[in-house]
Design a protein around this ligand. Structure first.
Ligand code: DGJ
Length: 551
């Protein structure tokens, strides 16, 4: 953690007031700011936590938006991630229609929500489904990849010059329009370029142009950013440097280079932060060459370096998380949060067990998070997500988002200063510890609010809502001895690790809230049964401001 100061909450509240304040001039565009190893998304001049939702895939039409805003409001989101499809803005070549984009931004503003636009262009879940029809079926002008026998893949090749030119032209038109309508308002915070790129079933393009490139030397900038998983030649052809990984790594380079052209051209007209998302390869299993077990060439954890080298106008390679195993979840966050790659979880399943991960992701200082499929369009992406449709889809997130909502600006600043921590209950349900300077938090699960498991004859049953792993805790250390604690289905104990005094105890455990200007409003002080057995957080999250003392 950088700069552990005894920073009074009032000082933080002051900065939050400036952030939220009516006088704050929204002069600068949303941008990523890096400092001391941490990154923040600055919106109107100060750090912002994106409490996002991503809508279902076909909700990007004016008539459907009425089913989007109520869900975003009900769950206490501040940002909606929503597609803009190439097919809808350029249905006939060269004829652009931004009617939907205009309606979208106008309604987002009326609803007090920010947007992240998802550019569904050449690739959406690797395929060309969102390209206009004049692109989809013209193999000669917009070529597909081919296998070693010359058989066509469904996937458009990243070596299609006309495809790149056309995608870039449409994207630039979108960014130009966005600048015209949003430069002064900053409704749109970021843009995702393409969606879950890569190719299923074929490791790379074997067409003539691709093959000729494959035989060239690996560019020096790639060599600088991406080590080979196996010790081979330090330079040379892709095969010589990357061995059995060469085809996948080459395909990642080809797609990243294509995306770079699109992003660079878009940012030249309107410079918003941009990111790519990916359908992951398993982040917990040992690295092995591609075996048709994930989309080759996407920005999976093992090729982030290639994306950094080839696509400097892309700020973040971000994971879409649809595997609930806690070991994989942890591994994903570990692999994607790097000094050169800030953490952002732009998509996550909305199934029940994922609510707890919000604490872990935001506690680790993510720029934001967004469960996928949150709207009221009567669509469920079970089994990846929840079976529910309608109001039930928001249930795993609603109370968590509500507690973060009032302090999202403060939380973003604390995260930027390296003061935040977060964990989610693991599948093994074991206790976890969080080191915090001269203090350690120990988090346990499935506890009752009163008493100890070690007492004789502990109850055989467990609290409702803990049948499956469902606990999570996020803590911001806002001073040497002071913490903001939020969580659910967890017991938090804080102990001193400093060799000072005879012991430590709670000085204050205030339950309360942050008001609109970021000032703390104390509602009650927890003591007695509420603190004798640690801080017992139920399924109804609250904000606690905890001060520890030593005697
Ligand atoms: C990930 C994709 O990025 C989304 O567009 C959507 O298809 C979801 N998968 C469905 O779970």
């Amino acid at each position: 953690m950088r700069k552990i100061l005894q920073l009074p909450i009032a000082a933080l509240a002051l900065s939050a007031a400036c952030v939220a304040g009516a006088q704050a001039a929204p002069a600068t565009l949303p941008r990523l700011v890096h400092d001391g190893g941490h990154t923040a998304l600055f919106v109107d001049g100060a750090p912002f936590t994106m409490l996002g939702v991503q809508v279902n895939n076909s909700s990007n039409y004016p008539a459907t938006l009425k089913k989007v805003w109520p869900a975003a409001h009900d769950v206490h989101a501040n940002t909606v991630e929503i597609p803009v499809a190439w097919e809808q803005i350029e249905p006939a070549e060269g004829r652009f229609d931004f009617g939907y984009v205009d309606t979208l931004l106008a309604q987002a503003r009326q609803n007090g929500l920010h947007l992240v636009l998802l550019w569904f262009g050449t690739w959406k879940n690797t395929g060309p489904a969102y390209t206009p029809e004049w692109v989809k079926f013209d193999n000669a002008r917009f070529p597909r990849m081919v296998d070693p026998q010359g058989k066509l893949s469904y996937c458009l090749t990243p070596f299609g010059e006309q495809t790149l030119k056309a995608d870039k032209k449409a994207f630039v038109a979108l960014m130009t329009h966005l600048k015209k309508i949003d430069d002064a308002r900053h409704t749109v915070l970021m843009v995702q370029v393409e969606n879950e790129v890569g190719t299923y079933g074929l490791v790379r393009d074997f067409g003539a142009k691709a093959q000729a490139q494959f035989e060239q030397a690996v560019p020096a900038v790639v060599l600088q950013h991406q080590k080979s998983p196996v010790a081979l030649a330090a330079s040379g052809s892709w095969r010589e440097v990357y061995g059995d990984y060469a085809d996948e790594y080459f395909h990642a380079w080809a797609i990243a280079s294509y995306i770079e052209e699109v992003a660079k051209a878009g940012r030249a007209v309107y410079d918003l932060p941009m990111y790519v998302n990916n359908a992951q390869r398993n982040s917990a299993e040992p690295l092995a060459p591609w075996k048709d077990n994930f989309a080759s060439g996407g920005p999976t954890w093992n090729v982030i370096g290639i994306y950094k080298a080839a696509a400097p106008h892309i700020d973040i390679a971000a994971p879409d998380i649809y595997n609930p195993e806690s070991v994989q979840f942890d591994a994903t966050l570990d692999k994607f949060q790097r000094p050169d790659n800030p953490l952002l979880v732009p998509e996550m399943s909305h199934a029940a067990g994922y609510g707890r991960f919000v604490y872990q992701v935001l506690g680790r200082g993510s720029l934001g998070i967004a469960p996928f499929g949150i709207d009221y369009t009567d669509y469920s992406n079970f089994p990846l997500g929840s079976k529910a449709t309608g109001k039930q889809v928001i249930e795993p997130f609603v109370e968590t988002y509500a507690v973060f909502e009032s302090m999202q600006r403060l939380w973003a600043r604390w995260a930027f200063e390296g003061r935040t921590h977060g964990i989610a209950e693991a599948d093994d349900r074991k206790d976890q510890t969080i080191p915090m300077g001269a203090w350690t938090a120990t988090v346990s699960f499935r506890e009752w609010q009163f008493g100890e498991r070690s007492w004789p004859n502990p109850p055989a049953e467990f609290p409702a809502g803990t049948e499956q792993p469902n606990g999570g805790v996020a803590i911001a250390q806002i001073g040497d001895n002071e913490f903001v604690v939020v969580g659910q289905h967890a017991r938090v104990r804080i102990a001193s690790t400093a060799k000072q005094g005879n012991g430590a105890m709670f000085a204050r455990v205030e339950e309360g809230r942050f008001d609109a200007s970021g000032h703390w409003v104390m509602e009650r002080n927890w003591n007695g049964d509420q603190t004798d057995y640690g801080l017992n957080l139920t399924g109804h999250p609250v904000i606690l401001k905890v001060r520890m003392g030593r005697y």
